[in-house]
Design a protein around this ligand. Structure first.
Ligand SMILES: Nc1ncnc2c1ncn2[C@@H]1O[C@H](COP(=O)(O)OP(=O)(O)OP(=O)(O)O)[C@@H](O)[C@H]1O
Ligand SMILES: O=P(O)(O)O[C@@H]1[C@H](O)[C@H](O)[C@@H](OP(=O)(O)O)[C@H](OP(=O)(O)O)[C@H]1O
Length: 668
């Protein structure tokens, strides 16, 4: 636990290497095979069975500083009563283990309603809220917020707002429905046994292998994949069957091969997990030069070695992204004739001294703008019918198909099948933003691990250096790359992913915040160093504006999601890596959370069972999803409790962040 590179003994690593090599020789990776079982559920809406609940509360937006430090917020021990129902041993698994507390256990429902009376809600509000702008377009509020956050967590200055993004016409006329029917999934999978434990903190030091990657031996040879024109295997449209490189040969490896695409073959020792300069302080400095806060870290950096290549998602299909006409995040033209159509996307939902009469059942507006907070650029196309096309991934297709018949169905976007656009396959998925009015959005990547065990195997058999990842690493922390990585100007994807996990809250909390967009259109993605609970709390408070009804809806929704996950046959049978929770709310008080991104969610081998809470060790396939969700639930509960108590002291009611009195779970 708490493992860093210094813990990784080289002798243990070399013995593990030898062990791994032997095992590796003895086994061959086979492809996952899928069949068909479940039926289409097109007729089903994404109707959330959870009934909408009108919460009686009037929200005030008050002064941000109330004399309560943010760090206090997470101090559950200070008032045990407020945390009734929270799990013991919340948060850091390291802490849990060091305290000798069993991490697993039946989830406890957080008792929001009993702990927080309506009366309290009415009175206790509006502390620690951000100042609000006087008018749309005002920079005052975002500036203040940014500055405050930057102080601690170094969010860069807000950069582009949405309306600076190019708008593109939809290409719907080119869409040809391929009418691929749902075929269900046969979840049998050829077991892929992993060998040695990896370098995770979950294992005692002597079991750790250097990142699980141990290519070199005394003979200075390695097995690697041979590719014709590029160093890394490129996934194509045909690569949708989780195919892994098969054409391998042994090769002398004393050099790095530069390829035509700028990638490198990596012939040398794959370094152990090296965690450098992991920032534990609140609101660490993080800059992403040249692009600022709102940059999409993937933009323009689609590497030949990315998902489409070496070390990428082995199950994900990203068909030649370069040939796609990459849509910006805002590819939907506005319709000026539509009174509901936003004339600008730089909206302000924060209203000052405005009295709004909100009907109990609010009419839905169609949010026509596609907002992509995280993920790969150019793989989404917004349609005008409330759905989006996401570049086809076999894994995602299988998962969404099966999920339409699972208890998790209300928690995932509706899946509508496969479509073709310009000769490429896409999954047609419900746009979860539809129905919201100037939504605030947050993407949380779930789990304690962001790469599949398959990716470990693949990295061993065909490691390659990623220049783009080296540059991303340098831009966050120039001290992070090792001397060898500096010399090579590249890092292996696995190493990068592990570094990202350790730097952020993935490893210590089991989830991380990927991006936030507030209703004013300000997008922030600089959360790579948002690691500690207090950092996360600040972001969550910023995202929700401390709006109690919104917080409560999120909390209740996540608790229901947790129950559904614990009952879900789908979840029980899958290794869920890299999925996100998409949080969406708007000023009217609608709010909900959904699971998205199943590109790296794959069926478990028949003989493997996971509980999604046990710490990961290579081979056990644990993903830490529920552990992360436990922590997220607990953190939200803490914010809710703290916000309520603070609100009692200094409520002001002249600035509204949301129509709290009408807050309800969004159902479509
Ligand atoms: N169904 C949806 N409705 C609305 N927005 C969505 C939906 N699916 C994805 N998004 C948006 O797109 C972003 C990226 O989505 P997603 O995680 O699926 O992409 P990805 O490229 O597969 O991500 P990753 O890099 O983690 O593999 C999300 O953060 C969200 O803003
Ligand atoms: O968030 P960052 O720092 O930009 O790093 C990316 C992030 O870890 C993605 O999850 C990953 O895609 P997958 O999860 O699909 O592997 C992508 O790999 P890629 O560049 O190989 O696609 C990384 O570049």
């Amino acid at each position: 636990m708490g493992q860093t590179h210094s813990d990784l003994s080289s002798s243990a690593a070399s013995s593990a290497r030898a062990k791994w090599k032997n095992k590796e020789k003895a086994r061959g990776l086979r492809l996952c095979t899928f069949g068909s079982k479940s039926k289409p559920r097109r007729e089903q809406g994404n109707g959330n069975p959870v009934k909408s609940k009108v919460l009686s509360c009037c929200l005030g937006r008050g002064k941000r500083d109330s004399g309560h430090g943010e760090a206090d917020i997470g101090n559950a021990a200070a008032d045990p009563a407020r945390h009734r129902g929270h799990r013991a041993g919340e948060l850091s698994r390291d802490e849990i283990v060091s305290a000798g507390v069993e991490h697993t256990g039946t989830p406890t429902v957080f008792e929001t309603s009993s702990g927080l009376s309506n009366r309290v809600e009415v009175i206790q509000l509006a502390v620690n809220r951000e100042p609000v702008p006087d008018a749309p377009g005002s920079e005052k509020r975002s500036q203040l917020i940014s500055e405050e956050l930057r102080e601690d967590n170094a969010w860069d200055a807000p950069a582009k707002t949405m309306d600076e993004q190019p708008l593109k016409e939809n290409n719907q006329e080119h869409i040809a429905l391929k009418s691929e029917s749902f075929s269900g999934a046969n979840l049998s999978l050829t077991p892929i046994l992993t060998s040695d434990p990896d370098t995770e903190r979950t294992l005692p030091p002597d079991q750790h292998l250097e990142g699980g990657l141990s290519i070199t031996g005394s003979d200075n040879k390695m097995t690697k994949t041979e590719y014709s024109s590029r160093s890394c295997p490129t996934k194509t449209g045909d690569d949708q069957n989780n195919s892994l490189p098969t054409d391998t040969k042994t090769q002398k490896d004393s050099e790095i091969h530069q390829t035509s695409t700028g990638g490198h073959r990596f012939p040398g020792v794959i370094p152990k997990l090296v965690i450098t300069s992991v920032c534990n302080s609140s609101w660490p400095q993080e800059t992403e030069p040249g692009t600022g806060l709102l940059q999409n870290s993937h933009a323009g950096e689609q590497s030949p070695c990315s998902d489409s290549g070496c070390g990428g998602s082995p199950v994900q299909t990203r068909t030649s992204l370069a040939s796609l006409s990459p849509l910006s995040s805002f590819d939907e033209s506005e319709d000026p004739s539509d009174p509901d159509s936003p004339t600008t996307v730089n909206h302000w939902c924060t209203l000052k001294n405005v009295v709004r009469v909100v009907p109990l059942k609010k009419p839905y507006k169609i949010w026509k703008h596609w907002v992509q907070l995280a993920g790969h650029e150019g793989i989404f196309h917004k349609k005008t019918d409330g759905n989006v096309l996401k570049l086809y991934s076999e894994s995602e297709h299988r998962c969404l198909q099966e999920l339409m018949g699972d208890v998790l169905q209300p928690f995932v976007p509706q899946y509508l099948g496969v479509e073709e656009l310009d000769g490429k396959k896409y999954n047609l998925i419900q746009d979860l933003l539809t129905g919201f009015d100037n939504p605030s959005i947050m993407d949380c990547k779930m789990g304690s691990r962001t790469y599949l065990e398959e990716e470990l195997t693949k990295a061993r058999s065909s490691p390659c250096l990623r220049k783009d990842m080296f540059e991303k690493m340098m831009s966050v922390d120039p001290e992070a790359p090792t001397l060898q990585e500096r010399a090579e100007q590249g890092v292996i994807k696995l190493r990068y992913m592990q570094w990202r996990e350790s730097l952020s809250s993935t490893k210590n909390l089991g989830f991380r915040i990927e991006g936030v967009m507030k209703c004013d259109g300000q997008r922030r993605k600089n959360f790579k160093k948002t690691k500690q609970k207090e950092d996360v709390m600040k972001v969550l408070k910023y995202f929700t504006g401390g709006c109690i009804p919104i917080l409560r809806i999120y909390l209740e929704r996540l608790e229901k999601l947790r129950s559904a996950l614990e009952q879900s046959p789908f979840f029980r049978r899958h290794e869920c890596v890299g999925t996100s929770l998409l949080f969406v709310h708007d000023a009217s008080g609608r709010a909900s959370v959904w699971m998205i991104d199943f590109g790296k969610t794959i069926p478990l081998p028949d003989f493997v069972t996971v509980d999604h809470r046990t710490p990961w060790a290579e081979g056990n396939k644990e993903d830490g999803y529920l552990w992360g969700l436990d922590n997220l639930v607990n953190i939200l509960g803490d914010i809710l409790s703290k916000t309520s108590l603070e609100g009692e002291k200094t409520q002001t009611n002249d600035e509204m962040d949301c129509q709290g009195e009408n807050a309800e779970l969004y159902t479509d």
